[in-house]
Write a protein that binds this ligand. Sequence first.
Ligand code: MV4
Length: 449
Amino acid sequence: MFKKILIANRGEIALRIIQACRELGIQTVAVCSTADRDSLHVTYADEDVCIGPPPSAASYLNISSIISAAEITGADAVHPGYGFLAENAHFAEVLKECRLAWIGPRPEVIRAMGDKAQARQAATAAGVPVLPGSREPLAGAEEARALAAEIGYPVILKAAAGGGGRGMRIVAADSEMEGQLATAGEEAQKAFGDGRIYLEKYLVEPRHIEFQVFGDLHGKVIHLGERECSIQRRHQKLIEESPSPALTPELREEMGAAAVRLCEAVRYENAGTIEFLLDADGSFYFMEMNTRIQVEHPVTEMVTGIDLVKLQIQVAAGQPLTLASGLAARGHAIECRINAEHPETFVPSPGKLKTFHPPGGPGTRVDTHAYEDYVIPPYYDSLVAKLIAYGSDRAEAVARMQRALGMFVVEGIYTSIPFHQRILQHPEFIAGRIDTGFLSRHGFLADKK
Ligand code: MV4
């Protein structure tokens, strides 16, 4: 087992990794920017190293500073968390060259799945359903128009180097194709330094359902059930839950088996997520793979009873997986992401937490790095806390979430708590009738003056 892990991240996930390390008897090294010196991940780590000024590019994305921090503290492994360098294949490679263990999948797999067109090909080869579309990135507008005519409009253009909704364009008709393809290519080139675009049939208001997968270093792959993540705004998830109200046991088994097949085909190691779109008729299609632990991992932990972050560390150290796929999940878990932002305009609201009382009580979990008098810096994402409610069934989880949101007191900044309260009391949400069109259809995104 590792003796000392450097955590290449900040905020709640850095703290979450420290909790896992402490339970495993592993020493921890925090890294921080000068804006994060008073952050709890620094307070709780056994050692800490300042790696640069506030902008992420100069600190949490600064590979040479992070590797120097690992070397001077004698760490033997690095956990990347999510975001920042978590899906940077180059970082994983450099660590290995420095004899530091990487708590994540092999760099080749990170790179292959990071190319969304290549990931689509891998899914097809593994017999996992994908939406009708291009096998290779598009060569030009002629090819795009011919393919779209064959598939039928609407279609969607996606950046091969994108993911998570960045650089997407919906094309409703042939007359729009040439212009949209040019814009998509320019945007992708600017954002990712890679202008390659592929095309798919566009599904209208599908559900977003993702499977938690795990691979060990000995070739075993399992899945740990799904998360329903349809409540999103601008491709940022706001509420996640497990299990999905939309899946039957049969569909769960079929989708889980497909997720495992793809991971086996690429010899996947460590924690990962296979994202699917689920159509209203029960058809599912591979969308993309995330090669990291995700923000919403706690809902899977609550219904499976498995500590996914500890499992990541154990698997990276070579321990074999002893769990079986699709083990019986128990009960229901919902997560609300509490952001430092105005609940109606979504304008970021950094600043000092004058009051901070997270709720407790039965079936309630709060993952946060915040505390009273903590100052949320303006440089990073706006996540202040993840509130997770667990119940024996969905109705109990919803009731507990409503109760916990009402008892969560934050003063000094705006938060998304009131926004979550409105969603949690909506009859369609309570009935589980949610899809990616839910927020706009029910007026949750309407501009308020
Ligand atoms: C789609 C789609 C419909 N059809 N692809 C958004 C996030 C990124 N991972 C891909 N996304 C979508 N891809 C096809 N072929 C609809 C979305 C989408 C979406 C997906 C999940 C949750 C919210 C969404 C909101 C708008 C669009």
